[in-house]
Write a protein that binds this ligand. Structure first.
Ligand SMILES: Nc1ncnc2c1ncn2[C@@H]1O[C@H](COP(=O)(O)OP(=O)(O)O)[C@@H](O)[C@H]1O
Ligand SMILES: [Mg+2]
Length: 311
């Protein structure tokens, strides 16, 4: 079985704000460090990673290079759908004309999953030796920074639903190819990202089951992100809880409060991490909470090294 970083297609899923883009970027650096030409696709025009690396954002037909061996691109589903139709119909003018007709609007808006199929097809296309509409070489690894988990599951479910509706033609072939890829454990893998907190852990355990049921494979790894360091032992925390400064400076009270808060949060995280590990079938890896503030390339490198050690 191919190891995670050897898969062609890595799908990073999880609730918004848990660190999906961060983990996708760190996985990208780790794959690139193994000599794989890697691209991280953000779905929706976010351009987060190009901002973190301080490079110009990608354009629809050109990925932005972030580091040696690592590129990023954004997939904007409506734009991809339009481009895809242009390629299929061999005519930009025709698509522009069709865009003004109700049939086109119907096609885009009413056929469930059209956006999702073309989004996945676009990601799939990035890995092809010869890509649609251009002659650039394909990537070895495509990492998709998927939308929030509900939507991502819809996206993975879609090739089946959509393929069932579109029984013939190029769309059907596209949907079939995408489905073959996203359900092939040799080529595709899912990584779910969670914060070690009560609700996110519950949702991550549910997502694991949903992935198994709907895609036929669970996550290859679950990343528990943002782990606080455990600065105090249980005995020290207890001691901290009992300490009251007698007439000391106010700074002492503030420092004690901060220490208790950090200590209690770290302890609560460890409890949720144990719950996640007990309930999950996939291996659970942890990433530390780096110092506050916006993540920079050095921080991402640090997280990439952690992932490499733990994968
Ligand atoms: N391990 C970490 N250490 C420090 N900051 C982090 C870490 N993971 C994520 N962040 C920060 O948390 C915020 C949300 O992360 P992001 O990757 O954008 O989440 P998502 O893509 O899931 O919405 C960002 O500001 C990011 O820089
Ligand atoms: Mg994100």
């Amino acid at each position: 079985m191919a190891t995670l970083l050897e898969r062609e297609f890595i799908f990073v899923t999880g609730k918004g704000g848990v660190g999906k883009t961060t983990v996708a970027g760190a996985l990208g650096l780790a794959a690139a460090a193994q000599g794989r030409r890697t691209v991280v696709c953000e779905v929706g025009d976010q351009h987060r990673l190009s901002r973190v690396f301080g490079v110009s954002p990608p354009s629809p037909d050109r990925e932005a290079q972030l580091a040696p061996g690592l590129w990023t691109t954004s997939i904007e589903p409506d734009a991809v759908l339009r481009h895809w139709l242009e390629v299929q119909l061999h005519s930009r003018a025709l698509v522009a004309l069709l865009s003004r007709t109700p049939v086109f609007v119907y096609f885009i808006a009413a056929v469930p999953g059209a956006r999702e199929v073309v989004t996945l097809a676009q990601a799939w296309n990035l890995a092809q030796p010869e890509r649609w509409g251009d002659k650039q070489a394909g990537y070895d690894t495509v990492i998709v920074d998927a939308p929030a988990s509900g939507h991502a599951l819809g996206m993975l479910r879609t090739p089946r639903t959509f393929g069932d509706i579109a029984r013939v033609g190029t769309i059907r072939r596209q949907a079939d190819r995408v489905r073959a890829l996203v359900t092939d454990p040799e080529r595709a893998a899912y990584v779910t990202v969670a914060l070690p907190e009560e609700m996110p852990v519950t949702e991550t355990l549910e997502l694991e089951t949903q992935l198994e049921e709907e895609v036929g494979m669970g996550p290859a790894a679950i990343v528990a992100n943002g782990l606080l360091s455990q600065r105090f032992s249980a005995a020290e925390l207890e001691q901290l809880g009992e300490t009251t400064p007698n007439g000391g400076p106010p700074e002492l009270e503030a420092a004690l409060d901060a220490a208790r808060l950090q200590g209690n949060r770290a302890r609560a995280q460890q409890g949720q991490l144990r719950r996640l590990r007990r309930g999950a079938r996939a291996p659970v890896l942890t990433l530390p909470q780096l110092l506050d503030g916006e993540l920079d390339p050095d921080g991402l490198e640090q997280l990439a090294r952690e992932l490499e050690r733990k994968l």
